[in-house]
Structures are given as C-alpha cells and as structure tokens.
Design a protein around this ligand. Structure first.
Ligand code: 3HC
Length: 287
C-alpha cells in the first residue's frame, strides 16, 4: 500500500542494497527508477531483481506476477533524469563520505523542492551528508538490511537538522512497504544495529587473523546458539568490502584477514568467493 505524499521513488545504486531496495519499493506498488553509474551495473542489478522475484513467486511469497512488479521499475544511468520529478530519492552508493556528499550536492541542485532525500548509509553521519545540501531538514537516514527483501527492520535516522515532519514521512513510507521502522534519534556512528553488529564481525575477524579461531568454528559457535548466520557467512552475504569501508571511514584498524580478502577482490557471494567458496566449493557449509 502506498502513501499519498509519495508516488515515485528513485534509488541511486543498483548493487546489493540498491537493487534490493528497488525491489521492495516496487513490490509495495510504487513506481521506481533505479540508477547507477554504468549500464552493466544497472543491468546486473535488474537481473538480480528478476531472479529474486521469480524465487519469491515460485515459493508463493508474493501475490502479484513478477512482470507486474518489473513494469513499475525503470532504469537509467543519467542522474538528472533519475531524480527529476521523484517524490523521494534513496541513495545506496558505496560507503564513502566524499562520494555521498557529492551525490547529495547534486541532489540539492536536481531534486524537486519537496522531495524527501534519504541515505541508506550503514554508519556515516546523516548530519554530515545533509550538510552538502541547502535543505538538511529534508534529509534522513533510511538504513535497510541485507537482503532487503527478506529483512524486516529499517532504521529511520535523524540528522541534527532533520525535522519531525521529514522523519515521520520516512517512517510512514517504510510502513507502507511492509517493513518495520525504528527511529534512531541521535546520529551516532553505526546507528543502533551496526554499533552492535560491528564487533560481532570485527572481533571474529581479529580472532581468526591472530590464529585464535578457525572461520568455520567461529561461525558454527554462533549458529549453534541460534543466530541465523555466523559472522563470516554474514560478511560474505553483505559484502566484505562493506564492513571494510565502514571501518576505514571510522578510522578503525582493519583486521588482516579482511584486508587480504579485499586485496584479493574476494568480497563474498557477489564475487563468488569470500571467506567461503561459492563457485567451486560448498559455499558456507560449516555446521
Ligand atoms: N530474494 C529472494 N530469495 C532469496 C534472496 C533474495 N534476495 N536471497 C536469498 N534468497 C533465497 C535463497 O536462495 C534461499 O532459497 P532456497 O530456499 O530456494 O534455497 C532462501 O532465500 C533462503 O531463505 P530462507 O528464508 O528460506 O532461509 P533462512 O531461514 O536461512 O533465512 C535469512 C535467510 C533471512 C537471510 C537469514 O539467514 C538471516 O536473517 N540472516 C541474517 C541476515 C542479517 O543479519 N542481515 C543484516 C546484515 S547487516 C546489514 O545489512 C547492515 C549493512 O549496513 C551492512
């Protein structure tokens, strides 16, 4: 079910989060434009959405035809085309402050005056991102979790200048896409979830780097206690580069095993190999 104040949504980014957010927004009935900087990236993201919709359809988890949902999605590489006329823009670009500020500077010039401007940043300051615009009152954090189509929670984060009207509109929007919003009223690094999850993955990576535990043991120790995934399987799913950039932007030391994986471009499921091998091996089979 859609809300009255929002008809059209633009998602900037077609990677894991960008295409997943595009999919959930389209599933809720909104018209969505998904934009990334290169055609190939946009095409890969679109194909991932097709795959996901087919999977949900096969399992009877959606009550509409995949084609109907796809008809609500358009794609482009042109930022101005993507943003013009959108009631809401959700940025899901890589986790680098300079890049996000550049994007929000462009949005300030191109987006409609009343548009809601949201960032899906994992941990960067909403206040600082919003400072790239002359309308920080309209900027809010909307932190989705991976995979967006399966994860219910979304953090709605206030920057220092975000008004209640903006945060409430964002909250209502998240409810309209059938997700559960929670407010994060202080713009603290990592917000709530990643403040807790950071050490979960980080400490495990330090232990393995120092030879104190094996990857499979560390993962099994958590799943045996009822967690849905261990820290290494989770990093493979979210992308090892994501946690790497979060730590780097925060000025935190990088565990050697994380650095090795990033240097080798073994970033997890999306590259076919990370802590586990998804192409030639058994994937995250550690129980
Ligand atoms: N669309 C549709 N289907 C998908 C999919 C997608 N995008 N991604 C995976 N699937 C499919 C799989 O292919 C598999 O299909 P199969 O049954 O045919 O083999 C199926 O979904 C697995 O899902 P299930 O619900 O059956 O399995 P689980 O019960 O294991 O649940 C899970 C999967 C919900 C991902 C669960 O393992 C989980 O909750 N894991 C933790 C995820 C998590 O914590 N995410 C947050 C990460 S942190 C983050 O994102 C923050 C950011 O800032 C870094």
């Amino acid at each position: 079910m859609t809300i009255d104040s929002i008809d059209t949504v633009t998602v900037l980014g077609a990677g894991s989060m960008g295409h997943g957010i595009t999919e959930v927004v389209a599933l809720a009935g909104y018209d969505v434009t998904m934009r990334d900087i290169e055609e190939d990236i946009v095409q890969d993201g679109y194909e991932d959405i097709e795959w996901s919709l087919d999977k949900l359809d096969e399992k009877g988890l959606i009550d509409q035809e995949p084609e109907e949902v796809l008809d609500r999605i358009s794609t482009t590489v042109d930022l101005e085309d993507a943003v013009t006329g959108a009631d809401m823009v959700i940025e899901a670009a890589p986790e680098q402050m300079d890049l996000k500020k550049d994007i929000f500077g462009d949005l300030d010039e191109m987006a409609d005056e009343d548009a809601l401007l949201a960032s899906n940043t994992s941990s960067l300051s909403i206040t600082e991102i919003a400072s790239a615009t002359d309308r920080p009152d309209k900027v809010v954090g909307l932190h989705f979790f991976n995979p967006p189509v399966q994860m219910d929670l979304v953090e709605v984060i206030y920057g220092d200048e975000t008004t209640d009207a903006t945060a409430e509109q964002a909250y209502e929007f998240i409810e309209s896409i059938d997700k559960t919003p929670i407010y994060v009223r202080k713009d603290v690094q990592g917000f709530v979830v990643n403040t807790v999850l950071g050490p979960f993955s980080g400490e495990a990576a330090w232990m393995v780097s120092e030879g104190l535990a094996e990857i499979k043991e560390a993962d099994a120790s958590m799943t045996q206690r009822g967690y849905p995934m261990g820290p290494f399987e989770l990093s493979d799913m979210t992308g090892i580069d994501i946690g790497y950039h979060v730590r780097k932007e925060a000025g935190m030391p990088i565990p050697p095993i994380v650095q090795e994986k990033v240097d080798a471009d073994e970033l997890g499921q999306k590259t076919g190999k990370g802590y586990y091998d998804y192409e030639d091996g058994d994937g995250a089979d550690y129980e």
